[in-house]
Write a protein that binds this ligand. Sequence first.
Ligand code: FES
Length: 113
Amino acid sequence: MSDEQRLVYVCEGGDCTERGSGDIHDKLKEQALAVDPDEEKVRVRRYPCFGGCECGINVTVYPDKLFYSHVKEEDLPDVVKHVLGEGPAVDRLTGAVEPDIEEMAWMMLDSPY
Ligand code: FES
């Protein structure tokens, strides 16, 4: 992974899926690919469950370690701008889950698999 490249994970656990995370994943990916078709700057992938289910839809940005919660379709342009390096992190979406949930997510994402 180059220094510039970000990995965005969209939760596809049961609660997030019920809230429409499948659509969020597809739209986020579509918007990112429209600007970055070869995924040089960002890859959008699904993630099984972050454990912050009551705050879904949850999306993480790595290696920035941003844990976005309650993500809605209208938030996606801001998220995409940031991950492509064209805007600030979307602070209004952070801080909803307990710190230990975030820590667990970063531990999982930090570990090679
Ligand atoms: S279902 Fe999304 S965090 Fe668990």
